[in-house]
Design a binder for this molecule. Structure first.
Ligand SMILES: [Ca+2]
Ligand SMILES: [Ca+2]
Length: 307
């Protein structure tokens, strides 16, 4: 038994752990006489990191009395992405599946659950097959309880069109989440940059990032949604991409064989040096990349001639 369990074993205890960029904590189940015997409420508040310092992910667990001898019941309600496939795992084994509706809402109810400490994980895939960020809940279940966990909002799915680009090129980040939600995309470079956009009516979001804004290096990015102004999702998984520096020949005319910014007699002399070769040591000499340096390359050079 973990030390914290030992310290709090005199009270009913419910623990929730959120994967990803969330702070998590321990919460005791609080008896509220005003709500009647056997009715308990637990409020979880997870603060998102770091750009949503002013917003919090709120997941509420209501534990109701369900008869003293009945096995525990557990129910999860929340949002994923429209028509997403939801899988609920208990201690690593799939125990239930569901499909989110067109507004991304889903509900899973599990009767006859075991007593004791049980770890549930909710995983989901959007209609494109991209994973949403999973959420994990570790519950300590007791006989005669019905635990209803609401406010579950899985982090958006996230994908990128390319993992490696040259400085000045663009990358497109995209994914699915709840329709019409506000999506904040955070890109970590020297400084964290954040962009807020709107998911469309189908839950699709995308953000084109100019790599001039983030600079050379390896960067990470994730997304997070806010639905209806107050329902905050977990963070998406994190993806990375590399922005590489421009090389001398990047952006130069294809017939500029020595990459000095001009197409002139120097390039022509290089072309003649490699004439008729099939694999020239200067690959640029085969201007049209047809595996031979010949008259076609020469004609391209004349077309691009600058001097
Ligand atoms: Ca040149
Ligand atoms: Ca050629």
């Amino acid at each position: 038994m973990p030390p914290l369990f030992a310290a709090l074993n005199q009270v009913d205890l419910l623990r929730a752990v959120i994967d990803g960029r969330m702070n998590c904590g321990w919460f005791s189940r609080m008896k509220n006489p005003a709500l009647g015997v056997g009715l308990f409420c637990v409020l979880f508040i997870f603060r998102a990191l770091p750009v949503h310092a002013d917003t919090a992910v709120t997941i509420t667990a209501t534990v109701e009395n369900n008869g003293p001898l009945s096995n525990p019941i557990v129910e999860f309600r929340g949002f994923a992405a429209p028509s997403a496939t939801i899988i609920l795992r208990r201690d690593g084994t799939d125990v239930a599946t569901a499909t989110a509706d067109t507004q991304a809402a889903f509900a899973l109810q599990l009767p006859e659950q075991p007593v004791g400490q049980v770890v549930y994980q909710i995983v989901a895939q959007d209609v494109s097959g991209h994973a949403l960020a999973p959420l994990t809940f570790a519950l300590n279940l007791t006989l005669g309880t019905n635990t209803i966990i609401t406010g579950v909002f899985l982090g958006p799915s996230i994908a990128i069109n390319t993992a490696s680009v040259k400085l000045g090129q663009f990358v497109t980040l995209s994914g699915d989440t709840a329709p019409d939600s506000a999506v904040t995309v955070v890109v970590h470079s020297v400084q964290a940059l954040s962009f807020t956009i709107s998911a469309d009516a189908n839950g699709y979001w995308s953000k084109i990032v100019n790599t001039q804004e983030v600079g050379v290096g390896t960067h990470t990015a994730y997304a997070q949604s806010v639905l209806g102004g107050n329902q905050v999702s977990a963070a998406s998984s994190t993806i990375s991409f590399a922005v590489n520096p421009l090389e001398q020949c990047d952006g130069k005319r294809t017939a500029d064989l020595n990459c000095d910014g001009k197409v002139d007699l120097t390039d022509f002399s290089i072309l003649l040096y490699f004439w008729n070769q099939t694999t020239p040591s200067n690959g640029r000499a085969d201007i049209n990349s047809d595996s031979r340096v010949d008259i076609i390359d020469f004609s391209i050079m004349l077309y691009q001639w600058t001097a």
